[in-house]
Design a protein around this ligand. Sequence first.
Ligand SMILES: [Zn+2]
Ligand SMILES: [Zn+2]
Length: 149
Amino acid sequence: MIGFYSEPDGYVCNRCGNEMDPDEACLSYDDTIECSVCGSDDVDEAYRCEICGKLVSDNQVTGWDHNVCDDCVDKKRYDLDFCTKVGEDEGTEVVLNSFLAEFFTESEINELMLVALKERAKVKPIDGLKYLRYASGVAADLLCEQEND
Ligand SMILES: [Zn+2]
Ligand SMILES: [Zn+2]
């Protein structure tokens, strides 16, 4: 599950698929959230996708400030502008070449690299999904997968 700083837009029941507004979800005696239809406590926090407006469970959402559902991310994974916009909130730290760092600010280097990346994308499509995944804190999972290969 991805951790979010923001309050969820609602809740989704994993058993019956019921979508609930925050004030619609029932709190049980021990403060777990229960589905208002079937009473199941298998309820996920959900966020509204910025693109399609669908309410989706937090493990199907990417981005911190920009919540985008997996379906929309998948459709736009080769759109570098989209990927950098959604991913920029929680970018991966890169150790800068100290010589370059003397002459450029970090944002200038980011900008230059993005220009270079777009040039490269004209030759070969670049899948921005990996960047988005790193950006939204799933990096640890990705790294585990790679180690197991
Ligand atoms: Zn339910
Ligand atoms: Zn969407």
